[in-house]
Write a protein that binds this ligand. Structure first.
Ligand code: CU
Length: 237
């Protein structure tokens, strides 16, 4: 993909047109054009979790995760300025609901030019308790298996005092937002909060893992006006 240097990379799908000038470590404008099979712009989108478009950006090894919200410019076009931390392959996933249609996601791989750092291995976590931004977060499941709806629970404590956190603020209209991808980033799972108005210490969600394998899960929550993101890697038997 070296020939893309100094040129924008463009991708076309029936519903998505991504325009990216992929440069690592500097402001990069991502333009998303959403259109129908005939190339006609889709112009109306439902607001879902407070936004018309949710954009997830991950590195190929899933070590980098970003969840951003492009601005709607009209005529099916959204833009956002963001940064990609290093050279290498990234997947951009657009999650949106054209008015009158069901929620959908469209994605595209692209490459930020330069010499990419070595990929980090994607290995299941030995412990499902993580400390992030002073919070100790423990992930638990009802019964972890493929192809069956199951509950995920994030229990959140203050890492220092071990006191339960009970003042989570709504983030995107709910107690939190959870993104799950299969190890190869091909499966993007829909996750729904089951108690949207909860404030902690527990945040509960539901999803279905389509098949056994390794998945990465990012839970995002807000306290004191700040969003924190907790990653977990699990193996679904
Ligand atoms: Cu979002």
């Amino acid at each position: 993909m070296v020939q893309m240097q100094n040129k924008a990379a463009t991708f076309k799908q029936s519903l998505l047109y991504l325009l990216i000038k992929p440069q690592p470590n500097q402001d990069t404008t991502v333009t998303i054009q959403i259109q129908d099979k005939n190339g006609k712009a889709i112009e109306k989108f439902d607001t879902v979790h407070e936004k018309q478009l949710h954009l997830i950006v991950v590195s190929k090894d899933l070590s980098f995760f970003n969840h951003i919200h492009p601005d709607y410019k009209g005529k099916g076009q959204f833009t956002v300025t963001t940064q990609f931390p290093a050279a290498g392959d990234y997947k951009v996933i657009a999650d949106f609901t054209p008015s009158g249609m069901t929620a959908m996601n469209k994605s595209q791989w692209f490459t930020a030019l330069g010499s990419a750092p070595a990929a980090k291995p994607i290995e299941p976590d030995a412990s499902l308790t993580k400390v992030v931004d002073g919070k100790e977060v423990t992930l638990s499941f009802g019964h972890l298996m493929a192809n069956m709806e199951l509950n995920l629970n994030f229990n959140i404590k203050d890492a220092q005092t071990k006191q339960p956190v009970t003042d989570l603020q709504p983030y995107l209209g709910a107690v939190g937002h959870v993104v799950i991808l299969s190890q190869d980033a091909e499966n993007y799972l829909h996750v729904h909060p089951t108690e949207e108005r909860a404030k902690g210490p527990d945040a509960k969600f539901m999803t279905t893992f389509p098949q056994s394998g390794v998945y990465k899960i990012w839970g995002q929550f807000q306290q004191n006006g700040k969003v924190f993101t907790v990653p977990f890697t699990v193996k679904v038997p």
